[in-house]
Design a protein around this ligand. Structure first.
Ligand SMILES: Cc1cc2nc3c(=O)[nH]c(=O)nc-3n(C[C@H](O)[C@H](O)[C@H](O)COP(=O)(O)OP(=O)(O)OC[C@H]3O[C@@H](n4cnc5c(N)ncnc54)[C@H](O)[C@@H]3O)c2cc1C
Ligand code: FES
Length: 271
């Protein structure tokens, strides 16, 4: 009889090495392991007797893996209560990744919320390749900005915006990215954050005839292509396997991009 469990991936059990409070709502959980992941890939984290959830890889260097998590609901509240030494299950890395071409000279990265995490890993890779980086980092206010110090250590031009003007320019990353795209020629634009923001950035890139890569989050269960939960309507592409990083023009062609996603039961939820 066929073993239907043979392709089911098991989590590895890892103790939390350290926890860093990054801002008012985000903590980074570090583990002493390396997954040799690429920027934009994600893992599925398992908390025994609670659930499994996907998180982007925020660090994967020098034998340390870091996941930057925003506290939003039941799972993340339970995670935030854990301390150094507590065990969690991790499987992955999964999904597609942001890519840089060897002849790239200048790129634009646009992030909001915890979406800044995978873009920071991309910026670090781009810096090693001597690519000029403009990075738009936005949040609703100063206390919610992520990785400002980490980005300042890079040779990146960091453009900070907050909705309330408590840090950087008052406004959104879309305002800044729009000005930058009008003034500069970029080899590619990369974006990760709230989907309505992403849609505007992808649209601007399209208008400027600039290639773009975007991270599309959909509700995930298995994380490696067998359950169909994360499928985008009509195209049938699974965001855990054929995504989460997709070309901007693919995203723009999806009816649901920036309009709706589906919850755990498959019910439509509007953005
Ligand atoms: C590819 C990918 C990368 C992600 N990276 C990060 C990250 O780096 N940091 C971070 O804080 N969050 C990340 N998320 C979102 C994270 O998985 C959810 O916020 C988390 O599961 C919320 O669980 P909860 O029980 O605390 O909250 P809930 O109250 O259950 O959910 C809050 C919201 O989180 C989303 N969500 C819940 N469960 C899932 C699920 N199984 N799959 C996808 N989305 C879900 C839904 O939009 C929901 O409305 C990522 C999601 C995806 C798909
Ligand atoms: S989460 Fe199961 S197919 Fe993508």
């Amino acid at each position: 009889m066929e073993n239907i469990f043979k392709n089911i991936e098991q989590p590895i059990s890892l103790p939390i090495k350290r926890v860093v409070q990054e801002n008012a709502n985000v903590k980074t959980f570090y583990f002493a392991t390396s997954l040799k992941s690429k920027p934009g890939q994600f893992v599925i984290m398992w908390l025994p007797r609670i659930d499994e959830k996907p998180f982007s890889i925020a660090f994967d260097e020098a034998g340390e893996l870091g996941l930057s998590v925003a506290k939003v609901g039941h799972f993340t509240e339970k995670l935030f209560a854990l301390k150094d030494g507590d065990l969690v299950g991790i499987r992955g890395p999964y999904g597609t990744h942001f890519s840089l071409k060897n002849d790239f000279k200048k790129i634009l990265l646009v992030g909001g919320g915890y979406g800044v995490a995978p873009l920071a890993t991309l910026a670090e890779e781009a810096m090693k390749k001597n690519i000029d980086i403009d990075f738009c980092n936005g949040a609703r206010s100063k206390n919610f900005l992520l990785f400002q110090e980490r980005l300042k250590k890079l040779k990146a031009n960091v453009y900070t915006t907050t909705d309330d003007g408590t840090a950087g320019e008052v406004g959104t990353v879309v305002d800044t990215a729009s000005k930058l795209m009008a003034e500069n020629k970029y080899d590619s634009v990369y974006t990760c954050g709230p989907e309505l923001m992403e849609k505007k950035i992808v649209g601007l890139s399209h208008d400027h005839h600039t290639a773009c890569q975007v991270s599309i989050e959909r509700y995930m269960k298995c994380g490696f292509g067998i359950c169909g939960q994360c499928t985008i309507d009509s195209s049938g592409q699974r965001m855990c396997l054929e995504g989460p990083i997709v070309p901007g023009d693919f995203a723009l062609a999806q009816e649901e991009f920036g309009r709706f996603h589906r919850g755990a039961s498959g019910k439509k939820i509007s953005f």
